[in-house]
Design a protein around this ligand. Structure first.
Ligand code: XMP
Length: 511
């Protein structure tokens, strides 16, 4: 089936992926593509609407991202956001001015009556601004549809030509009713039908994969992570027993995770799953190693060796599955082709497998869509809502040497933290939360005896993309519960601390 599509032209702003995600959440497929796409290519793409994103430049700067003015004559509705709206004004004969100070944050906004874009939106509202330049005069034929204290033309439009500009960011939740505005553009202005749903996606993918994979052998490396789990399950629907999944148990997963992989994929879904028990092998290699980068390197190399041995047993295959997702595609080469993920657990695989082609069934999907597909395919929440987890696993959450005793302590402490966060209903709003074993031991007293054990640290952060993060304001009583339970239930635990650093300057992981 051919989906209706919206083209999101990327001018380099920080919320660009978010715009694309919001459009898709509203049921319309879209691609985020570089702003310099030619008119020819745009016509070929045949979008029902075009969105210009924000960007860091000023339209008057030399070499600032530009568009071919012919785009306004294509008869395709256009919505320009932030830099995108300034560009519309600039290209069509309006003026853009430079403010002395940058406006950043919430702003009161007033919408005029009668604009399709703001239909059903309260007249006075709050929007999210992040700009220095602003549109000071709209082009001829345009009407001003929204104003704020600092922006005389926070919204403007030429409804006849279906060209709309907004200075504020509809895509962030701080813009109240931002979703409604975007919906109005897609459905009210562009006349979209909304044919992008994850159940459609699954149905179409399975049908086309069935044709492609008929009689072919397929191999997939399962890491326990969301992407490989969903990719494998989707392929399994189409390829059945022709798919073999290899799961390398390096012993560095969290409590219960290795068992769950076997339980869900082999026992419940009936997949052909090979589990390579390499726990001893990894521990031996990690003996005496304290330096985090060295740990990563050893784990990466060892993983590939174990996988290679299993792949040899399976022999030549037609396809190797990669769990590449859309942000990897965007970040790797502006949509051209995905570089194979370079983190340790899949990076080196292609060179050790005898295969003909790589298959990436999730390369068009954002992470939240991958999760929805997982749910659609019947995977449990514990798999599809799994937090991001580093490839080298618990080895980089133990400072200093990794050994079985520390792993045991960490698994138990981490499990308690996860349980209490979930009980408090905080698991969806906190991006990542986990325990760490530090390399500092301190004195404690338990019963009448003196103890001397490594400090356990708790880390919990909020984030949207892991590039920046803030420490989560977990209520004291939840922290108290976690701390008490760890001390009472986990041997070798005598002191718990909570990490209150944001990223930057810290990172999310301790390593
Ligand atoms: P940092 O610690 O750099 O982590 O703030 C950013 C995000 O990346 C995750 N992370 C990894 N994910 N393979 C992965 O797939 C890795 O080797 C790896 N190392 C860190 C980390 O958990 C956080 O979400």
């Amino acid at each position: 089936m051919k989906h209706e599509k919206v083209l999101v032209l990327d001018f380099g702003g920080q919320y660009n992926q978010l715009i694309a995600r919001r459009v898709r959440e509203l049921g319309v497929y879209c691609d985020l593509l570089p702003y310099d796409m030619t008119l020819e290519k745009i016509k070929e793409y045949a979008p029902v609407g075009i969105i210009f994103t924000g960007g860091p430049n000023s339209v008057y700067e030399e070499g600032a991202p530009d568009v071919d003015a012919g785009i306004f004559a294509l008869n395709i509705p256009i919505l320009g956001i932030c830099y995108g709206c300034q560009l519309i004004a600039h290209k069509l004969g309006g003026s853009v001015s430079h403010a002395d100070t940058r406006e950043y944050g919430k702003s009161e906004i007033e919408y005029a009556e009668g604009s399709t874009l703001f239909e059903g939106v309260a007249k006075r509202n709050v929007c999210w601004m992040s700009h220095t330049d602003y549109v000071s005069r709209v082009p001829e034929g345009f009407a001003i549809t929204a104003t704020t204290k600092t922006c005389p033309a926070a919204g403007f439009e030429d409804a006849k030509r279906k060209i709309y500009g907004i200075q504020f960011h509809t895509e962030v939740h701080h813009t109240i009713e931002g979703e409604k505005i975007l919906r109005n553009f897609l459905y009210g202005v562009c006349g979209a039908k909304g044919d992008w749903t994850m159940s459609n996606f699954v149905e179409e993918q399975v049908a086309s994969l069935k044709k492609k994979l008929e009689g072919k052998k397929v191999l997939c490396a399962m890491s326990g992570g969301v992407d490989s789990a969903v990719a494998a399950t989707l392929i399994h629907r189409a390829a059945g027993e022709n798919l073999t999944c290899v799961f390398v148990d390096h012993g560095l997963l969290r409590k219960g995770e290795a068992e769950e992989v076997v339980d869900v994929f082999r026992d419940k879904l009936g997949m052909n799953l090979v589990k390579a028990d390499a726990r001893e092998r990894f521990l031996t290699k990690l003996k005496g190693v304290c330096e985090p980068e060295k740990k990563r390197k050893i784990i990466g190399e060892e993983f590939i060796k174990v996988f290679e041995a299993e792949a040899k047993k399976i022999g030549a295959v037609d396809f190797l599955v990669q769990g590449t997702i859309y942000p990897d595609v965007i970040e790797s080469g502006k949509g051209a082709s995905a570089v194979i993920k370079s983190h340790h657990n899949v990076g080196g695989l292609p060179s050790v497998v005898d295969f003909k082609e790589i298959i990436e069934p999730l390369r068009d999907l954002f992470k939240d869509e991958v999760r929805k597909v997982g749910t659609e395919l019947g995977l449990p929440d514990s798999v599809v809502q799994r937090q991001p987890f580093p490839g080298p696993g618990l080895a980089i959450r133990i400072m200093g040497e990794v050994n079985e005793e520390k792993l045991q302590t960490l698994r138990d402490a981490d499990f308690i933290m996860r349980e209490e966060i979930a009980k408090a209903g905080l698991n969806r709003e906190i991006w990542q939360y986990f325990a760490v074993i530090t390399s500092t031991s301190t004195v404690g007293v338990m019963g009448d005896a003196r103890t001397y054990e490594p400090v356990i640290a708790l880390r919990a952060v909020t984030s949207v993309d892991a590039m920046t993060a803030d420490w989560a304001r977990i209520p004291y009583d939840v922290l108290e519960k976690i701390s008490n339970r760890i001390i009472n239930e986990v041997p070798h635990a005598n002191r718990i601390v909570y990490d209150i650093t944001s990223k930057p300057p810290a990172t999310i992981e301790w390593e």
